[in-house]
Write a protein that binds this ligand. Structure first.
Ligand SMILES: [Zn+2]
Length: 333
């Protein structure tokens, strides 16, 4: 289950604050999937001014596609109605303080992002009309008692309550089911159980390859594992090549830290949407997506345009089938 390439924001924060780079490289913290709303971006306050805002994670409402209501022949319409009923602007901007409301399932600044590929206008009226056309009457029993699984962070709870209210407005009554996010095992078990209709989850694609260590005496930065690493008292951590440079450090000539690819969309999309993905808690299955991800897995990263085209295809299928409703993008640290 645990994919060590992927870490939550919470885990990255722990890592950045930790003391031993050797330990970091050898044993990434085993907490890949439960980023909470609280740990998401503080809108640039801490980022160096020179670093452009990049996103490498997605926070979303996920649908359990083993539930008939989301997988039968009207399932896509029900998911569309839910997406349209959600006040995503309040979630992204007011609750999370994010400058952007997601308008694509693949986050902005990542390969495959397409502006306005998923941008429903917030409208209970339009959402109700979709439900009616899908054969659901106003008092339809099938819309009663759907469950939404979420963790217990203050902002997560705020988002869950708003979703409950938004859905009540279109006649979908949901029960909120809360799990402590620190109880990693219980949380993963709940996600994997397939018992709940919907869930709130954040997922982040940062890999440990993009962590550098600066030497505060020489103002040189290194890759983890370089023989020239300074002692613990003189170490400072950077989460990107650009951050090291922006802070006035030069790349080490021996270990030669390289500019990482901005963010690899594969590291976000494969765990979430590959049929056997480690974080595919939607139980999403689409042969086309699997094939595209299989091709991307072995495709050289230098083939930028071809890769981006495949990611764009993935985004367009996802925006059509809606295994998830994107709620906000997680900023790259
Ligand atoms: Zn070095």
């Amino acid at each position: 289950m645990i994919n060590k390439q992927l870490i939550s924001i919470a885990a990255l924060l722990i890592l950045l604050g930790s003391v031993s780079p050797a330990l970091c490289a050898a044993s990434p913290p085993p907490t890949p999937t439960s980023a909470t709303a609280e740990t998401a971006p503080a809108t640039g306050e801490t980022a160096p001014a020179a670093t452009p805002v990049l996103y490498d994670g997605l926070w979303f409402l996920g649908f359990n596609l083993n539930k008939d209501i989301f997988s039968d022949r009207h399932g896509v319409q029900v998911k569309k109605a839910i997406g349209q009923a959600l006040d995503r602007e309040t979630i992204a901007k007011t609750i999370m303080g994010s400058p952007v409301v997601p308008d694509s399932i693949v986050p902005k600044t990542m390969d495959g992002y397409l502006a306005k590929s998923y941008a429903p206008a917030y409208s209970a009226k339009a959402a109700k009309a979709i439900l009616r056309s899908a054969g659901y009457s106003a008092a339809d029993k099938r819309l009663d008692g759907l469950s939404l699984l979420h963790t217990d962070g203050v902002k997560t709870i705020q988002i869950a309550k708003l979703i409950k209210k938004n859905l009540a407005a279109i006649g979908i009554k949901i029960d909120l089911v809360q799990v402590a996010y620190r109880d990693e095992e219980k949380w993963q078990t709940a996600l994997q159980s397939g018992k709940f209709h919907m869930f709130l989850l954040g997922y982040k694609a940062s890999s440990f390859g993009a962590l550098f260590i600066g030497d505060t005496k020489t103002l040189v930065f290194h890759k983890i594992g370089c023989a020239q690493l300074p002692g613990p008292d003189y170490q400072v951590f950077f989460s990107s090549f650009a951050e090291g440079q922006a802070r006035g450090y030069a790349p080490c000539k021996i270990c030669q830290p390289a500019k990482e690819a901005p963010v690899n969309a594969y590291d976000l999309l494969n765990p979430l949407f590959y049929s056997k993905g480690s974080a595919n808690f939607c139980f999403y299955q689409n042969e086309k997506i699997d094939n595209l991800l299989d091709q991307l897995a072995i495709m050289d990263v230098s083939l930028g345009t071809e890769r981006n085209e495949k990611f764009l295809k993935i985004n367009s299928i996802l925006c059509e089938e809606l295994p998830v409703i994107p709620l906000f993008y997680i900023e790259k640290l």
